[in-house]
Design a protein around this ligand. Structure first.
Ligand code: SAH
Length: 221
């Protein structure tokens, strides 16, 4: 789990508490998730120019045409994964690294794949700054998963995909859970897929809008 230094002694603590209350009002009930949001300084993961908006419940630009997702949607992902602290997790689309940091607090080991090297480097620096050490960021096409460390107890895809990439379904552990926004480039349905042997059960978690997953098993460039 992430170490104790995370989120201590910064001047944004009050804003973070307000964000936690808002997420609770909007239906996030998983205490571990709310505690992780209370602990991880979101402002460390957004560019200087939008830092004053870090604790609003909205997506923000992070460069390279990408966005850090809305906190409510990130909390929905985490709640759906039902993490207990012992899981090995794969994340596709590191982006800012904020969701990666929350995963670091909620799970035992996190591997996160990002296709833009610049974003991966910035995310690595932010994770180091907040002293989260159980995450590894990899640069590449995340639609292929990351085979050397498979299987994963949980997989999150934080970019829109036409369908669940086959390599990710293969790399999901039996009993594992995968959350992915499925749809076209404009609108998607956040989908929870639970693996039971060779069966993959799908559940609809609601409508969302994400930037596209670009890669071999996602959208073309
Ligand atoms: N969870 C992130 C969301 C970032 S947006 C955050 O809250 O900051 C989605 C990210 O997915 C972008 O950074 C984009 O570059 C990345 N992405 C898109 N296609 C990808 C692929 N095939 N492999 C890895 N990352 C990808």
């Amino acid at each position: 789990m992430g170490s104790g230094k995370v989120g201590q002694g910064d001047s944004f603590g009050g804003y973070r508490t307000q964000l936690v209350e808002l997420l609770r009002d909007k239906g996030i009930r998983d205490l571990a998730v709310l505690e992780a949001v209370a602990k991880v300084p979101r402002h460390a993961f957004v560019p200087e120019s939008v830092r004053h908006r870090a604790y609003e419940d909205s997506p923000l630009p992070i460069g390279n045409g990408q966005t850090i997702s809305q906190p409510l949607v990130q909390a929905m992902y985490l709640q759906a994964l039902k993490l207990t602290g012992y899981e090995k997790v794969l994340e596709i689309g590191t982006g800012s690294g904020y969701q990666t940091a929350l995963l670091g607090v909620l799970a035992s080991m996190v591997f996160s794949v990002e296709r833009h090297r610049g974003l991966a480097d910035t995310a690595r620096e932010a994770l180091e700054e907040v002293d989260i050490r159980n995450v590894t960021i990899l640069v590449g096409d995340g639609t292929l998963g990351w085979r050397p460390f498979a299987p994963y107890d949980a997989i999150l895809v934080s970019a829109a995909s036409p369908d669940a990439p086959a390599p990710l379904l293969e790399q999901l552990a039996d009993g594992g859970r995968l959350v992915v926004p499925l749809g076209d480039r404009e609108n998607q349905v956040l989908t929870l897929i639970t693996r039971e042997g060779d069966d993959y059960r799908r559940e609809n978690l609601g409508g969302v809008r994400f930037v596209p997953l670009v890669g071999q098993h996602g959208f073309p460039k």
